[in-house]
Ligand binder design. Structure first.
Ligand code: SF4
Length: 297
């Protein structure tokens, strides 16, 4: 299999065991000024942009309604699982009007693979009714309106705004919150406070892509349980280097998705999709390998 862009980028960059990473690990850290933290944070963003030039939302969608529904379904499961479920869902209920009129049991059956299907079905019917009755059957393009929809919080609203409407938004999911703390951008746990802290560090124009890059890094290298510090290209910029495996060989074995020869999660990318991962994901589905991909929601 041809090496992915990310794998090549990792090969080019210093990894643990090299002088750069050792320096980051052993140097006693002085307290960092706010300005120094902001500079370091922006450098991390630039490095991540180089590492993941094709960072993108990993949910398949063709319009704002599909993205809204897919994002609600993505709670507590992988984007890949959602992408495997939504084609049948949108074939059966293509519009808010169709979903608003759905028989709850039938809808639950279709979305069952995504887990928590009773609550999710309730949210989908509730938000579809609200879209039909209060927003003329259209997904609104304002945060204040989106968060009034059943099952839609700030995270979901920011995903929809950033990716379906081009309105900058910071998406604080479990990966983003964890990495923002590991990067010492914030010490907050509450997603709303994390969002506010990160918004102070980066210009608005960066918010949406920054969110994708950080989530990509969290899914592929800086995992919740076993971060692969020894294979992490931004280790020299990370105050949490050493929280995970530092041995380069062992760390490389922890890499996920394309970093470990695995594809990404998107199965139906748009025509202008910039990466190669989804095409391989499709091939993996046809070869029955998808179970291997559902590793880290
Ligand atoms: S904690 Fe480790 S894997 Fe995560 S960003 Fe820092 S060095 Fe990289």
């Amino acid at each position: 299999m041809a090496e992915s862009k990310v794998r090549k980028a990792v090969a080019k960059k210093p990894v643990a065991g090299t002088a750069a990473v050792k320096t980051a690990a052993v140097k006693p850290r002085k307290p960092e000024s706010h300005l120094a933290m902001v500079r370091r944070a922006r450098r991390i963003n630039r490095e991540l942009a180089e590492l993941y030039p094709y960072a993108h939302p990993e949910l398949d969608f063709e319009n704002p309604f599909q993205l809204l529904v897919a994002t609600v379904l993505s709670a507590q499961t992988t984007d890949l699982r959602v992408n495997q479920t939504t084609p049948a869902l949108f074939a059966k209920y293509p519009t808010p009007e169709d979903m608003a009129a759905a028989n709850p049991e039938e809808l639950e059956e279709v979305i069952r693979p995504t887990g928590f299907f009773r609550n999710k079905a309730k949210s989908l019917i509730g938000l579809s009714i609200a879209l039909r009755d209060e927003f003329g059957g259209e997904v609104p393009g304002r945060l204040a309106d989106l968060v009034t929809l059943p099952g839609v919080g700030r995270k979901t609203a920011n995903v929809v705004l950033g990716n379906a409407f081009g309105v900058p938004g910071i998406t604080v999911d479990t990966h983003f919150g964890r990495l923002a703390r590991r990067f010492a951008w914030t010490t907050e746990d509450d997603p709303v406070k994390v969002e506010a802290a990160v918004a102070e560090i980066f210009p608005k124009s960066e918010w949406t892509m920054l969110s994708h890059r950080v989530v990509f890094h969290g899914r592929r290298i800086c995992h919740s349980q076993k971060p692969a510090c020894g294979a992490c290209p931004i280790a020299p910029l990370c105050p949490s280097y050493g929280e995970g495996e530092t041995d380069p060989e062992k760390a490389r074995k922890l890499l996920k998705y394309e970093m470990g020869g695995q594809p990404g999660q998107r199965l139906r990318p748009p025509a202008d999709f910039p990466g190669e991962a989804a095409a391989r994901a499709d091939a993996a589905v046809h070869h029955g390998q998808v179970a291997d991909l559902a590793v880290d929601a």
